[in-house]
Design a protein around this ligand. Structure first.
Ligand code: GRF
Length: 198
């Protein structure tokens, strides 16, 4: 059994997709949020999953928050940390600690459109394709070895929310598939390249 800790900041729909996938060999050990009001916390608690709110505002520095977060994650004996809409920049010490065992999902086809407002920026840039990326987390924001990507068309009448909805539907398939591949030991990281065995 692989212990998985999922970090969220908000609604947690990707967290829900991973939980509902019922991945064999995956134990969702805890869902942790940096915002006590994150809606996903209640959803997880209702399903009997251990939850924890670590309010980042109560910590004097990024380092102090990350140290508390690492303590909570390590108490779960986590094999994999899954960032699912976790809206905090992590310190290099934290990303180094979980190198090769921390995944993130980003709503763009990386390396295009790191950061925020990815859908609006893709529309304004005239992209014909948009999408999402699951990648291992490194110290550089929204970089790191890419595990899976999914693309969707950008339609002529798209706005930020219609495109976001089309991408989100793909996220909900892509992230459970990546977690499953990790749990099954099918992922090999080679520099920036990731090979996922069938
Ligand atoms: C998703 O679009 C994800 O790609 C991005 O933040 C959003 C989180 O949504 N990192 P949810 O909390 O998983 O519903």
């Amino acid at each position: 059994m692989k212990n998985i800790v999922i970090l969220i900041s908000g609604r947690g729909s990707n967290m829900q997709a991973i939980v509902e996938a019922g991945i064999p060999g995956a134990n969702i050990a805890a869902v942790i949020a940096n915002r006590p009001d994150a809606a996903g916390l209640a959803w997880a608690a209702e399903r009997g999953i251990a939850t924890l709110a670590l309010d980042h505002k109560l910590y004097g520095s990024r380092e102090a928050f990350d140290a508390a977060l690492a303590e909570a994650i390590d108490a779960c004996h986590a094999d994999l940390v899954v960032l699912a809409g976790f809206m905090r920049i992590l310190t290099p010490a934290f990303t180094e600690r979980y190198a090769g065992r921390m995944l993130n999902i980003h709503p763009s086809l990386l390396p295009a459109f790191t950061g925020l407002h990815t859908h609006q920026r893709a529309i304004e840039a005239g992209c014909k394709l948009a999408g999402c990326t699951v990648h291992f987390v490194t110290a550089e924001l929204d970089h790191g070895p890419i595990v899976f990507q999914a693309a969707v068309p950008v339609l002529d009448d798209d706005n930020e929310s219609t495109l976001a909805a089309r991408v989100l539907a793909e996220e909900h398939k892509l992230y459970p598939a990546a977690v499953r591949a990790f749990v099954e030991g099918r992922i090999v990281i080679d520099g920036l390249r990731v090979k996922v065995r069938d």
